[in-house]
Design a protein around this ligand. Structure first.
Ligand code: AMP
Length: 119
């Protein structure tokens, strides 16, 4: 799948549209989801043009992969989600219902999150 540089998260990364930023470093940007599904619902995106987890794990350089996943953990710590716990999720492709074609990891927390899949 070819990366679409006009996707909404690419525009957020370029500063063309706003976001409610919670964290940023050299590798990642994290911001609140515009339509939260839990009391805490934050998205973490890598600073690079990767469509989804398949693209990222196949093509991203090692320092970006490391930095991105460290950022996910750091965001969860900064949001004080480690206790009592949180969930991460990354949709890839149509069966997963991926809407935005720039890799993003959802971080959910703030309440008991129920079963892993809705059905
Ligand atoms: P997914 O279905 O995994 O691709 O999730 C896309 C997520 O992006 C959804 O949870 C949307 O609510 C969220 N979203 C879409 N546009 C924005 C935006 N401009 N700012 C923040 N979150 C957004």
């Amino acid at each position: 799948m070819t990366y679409d540089p006009n996707n909404v998260f690419a525009k957020i990364l370029r500063g063309e549209i706003p976001c409610k930023k919670v964290y940023e470093d050299d590798y990642a940007l994290a911001f609140h989801d515009i339509n939260p599904q839990a009391p805490v619902h934050v998205l973490v995106i890598p600073k690079g043009e990767y469509v989804n987890m398949d693209d990222f794990t196949a093509h991203a350089p090692a320092d970006l992969i490391t930095g991105f996943f460290r950022a996910v953990g750091e965001v969860a710590r900064q949001l004080e989600l480690v206790e009592p716990g949180y969930r991460i999720l990354a949709n890839a492709g149509s069966h997963a219902g991926q809407e935005v074609p720039h890799l993003h990891i959802h971080i959910f927390g703030g309440r008991p999150l129920g079963p892993m899949l809705s059905r």
